[in-house]
Structures are given as structure tokens and as C-alpha cells.
Design a protein around this ligand. Sequence first.
Ligand code: SF4
Length: 359
Amino acid sequence: MDPELFRNILLSWHASHERPMPWKGVRDPYRVWLSEIILQQTRVEQGRPYYERFVERFPDVFELARASEDEVFKLWEGLGYYRRARHMLETARRVAFEMGGRFPASYQELLQLKGVGPYSAAAISSFAFNLPHAVVDGNVIRVLARLLGREDPPSTALGKKAFRQLAQDLLDPERPGAHNQAIMDFGASVCTPKAPACSTCPFSAYCIAQKSGRIHKLPVKRAQPDRRVRHFHYLVLQFQDEVFIRQRTDEDIWQKLYEFPLLELPFADASLEQLVQADAWQSWGWHTVPELVSVTPPFRQTLSHQYIHARFWAFRLEQLPSAPPDGCFLTKCENLHTFAWPRILRWYLQDNSLYLKLT
Ligand code: SF4
């Protein structure tokens, strides 16, 4: 398709269909960067309140750079992919303390920042600095694959490269920021994955996928990854008005978030006897098994490469163990809500009277 025609159709569609968002039209590189980091792997509607909270609490990069990791994680809670939050803080500190608070104004330099990949670098450089770099995400790939009838598999390096080149060739060099915003909005609201609005689409006369009946075959799908299933048995050990928790420090999922003492077993339907026989439990030095108050059915969470099945075993302790569970400490139940938890633990806490009566 002729690039000039594509740009004209896209931008005139956008002029009458733009969805207002608090970060749109913003030129401040800090806010553009913040919105891009928050919106990675996150739906716009879900990311919006997080963006607003972060901007309100940290109005500039210096404020964010001075924040503690715990505070940032707490504000981030519920967004998942906590590595993003760690990288965000690392970059804020680098920009604030090593670059005098100025974000670099070139695509290549932006790419050197932790957590900024080709997509974010293109978005920041075009929105904040009006530089001609095309964004390429799932929305853009879907639009281009269908409109141009491309069968390049976007999950491969070659396929990605092909879509990057196509997007770059079509980009409006005069208005790269507006163009990028328009194509992302178009993919999110018109050329959607399951029910594209072809009958009202301004490109329908040119769309190869529509003409050839391949809308639902494009873009070419990737095979689903094999996911590992893990069975977590969380021990909610309550002593008077306190409960044991710990911070996850291992090289594993949910690093730096908080959890209850964990026994990971190869099966979901463990009995109390099996729990008590686990090495970790044995090392805590209890002479008698504490009173079991409740046990939940499995809560399930799907991560990109893992399925997590978690059961929660709540015990009331009459005495403390002689050796507390590894890395665990006691905290008041009323303070549980101040820690940052993985999503599956928040589900448990929200459902549970232990938490509800105290918040
Ligand atoms: S005609 Fe349908 S499939 Fe083609 S670009 Fe428009 S919405 Fe997408």
C-alpha cells in the first residue's frame, strides 16, 4: 500500500476517534517513559490508574529515584512482571543521579536504559522528541499483517525484523508521534484480535486479509509455550495477632515480593502428614503440630511460563517454633496490607477474614 495513502487514512481516522488518556500529548520524557513502562504487557484501562498514582506520588524523576523499593513495589502491586518495577527504579536513579535528571534524546541512548526495549525507545523518542522511529507491538503487527496480507511469523527474529521494516517504511516522518499513537489506537479499537470492525474500517477497500478471507489467520500464531506446573503450599502461621511472612529473594518468580512460609511439593493434594514430613517443616523444631484452622482449595495463576497452584494452610500457634521458617519474621496482621504481595496471595488475603477484619 502506498505509504502516503496509509498515513492520510490513518491520521484522518484518528482525528475523529482518538481516545483521551492522561499520557497522550504529553511531551515530558519522564511521563512518557513512565507511561510506556507501566503499559508494557498491560491493558490501557488497567494501567491508567497506576500511571495516575505514580505521577501524583512521584511528579518527577528525582522523586521516583529517591523512593524505596518497597514503596515502589507497593504502588506497583497488581501489575505483575515485577522485574519491570525494579528496572524502572534502576533507570530513574540512573537518569536522576548520573544524567542530571535528563532522559537521553536519542533512540540508541534510550535503548541503553534498563527496561527500555526497541518498542519503548521508539515510543519515547517519537512522543517526547518527535524522532522518526516506528513503534511495533502486537497491535501494530496485527494491523500490518492483515492489511498487507503478510504471513511472516512475528514470533521469529526474521518475522519481527520484517514488521519493523514495514512499520518504519509506512511511518509519517513529519508526525511520527501522532502516527505511532494512531496506529496503536487503531489496532486496539478497530483491528482487534477477535472481532475486527471491518465493516466500518477505513482500510477495508485495501485490506488483503479481508479480501482473501484470512482475517483470523493473520498474524500467524505462535505455538503456545510449554508451561511448568508448580504446587505451592503456603503456611499461614498465626501467633496471637501476628503472622510469619518473608520476602522472596531467590532467583525465581516474584523476586522481592512478600509471602507466607512456603513448602513447594510436587503435588496439589497434600495431606497434613505430608506437609509435616517436609524437611523445611521438620527443621522448625515443633514438638507438636499446631492447630490447623483452615485449608483452601488451590488458587490458580497463569504466568508466562508457569502455572501456579497455591493452597493456603492456616494454623493457630500456641507457641513459637524454636527455629523460625527460613528468612521469615513476625508481623502484625493489621500491617499485612502494607506489603507488596504476588497476585495469588492477594486473592487469598482479600478472601480471608485474617486480612479483612484487620483492614
Ligand atoms: S478491514 Fe478488518 S482486518 Fe482489515 S485492517 Fe480493517 S479491521 Fe483490520
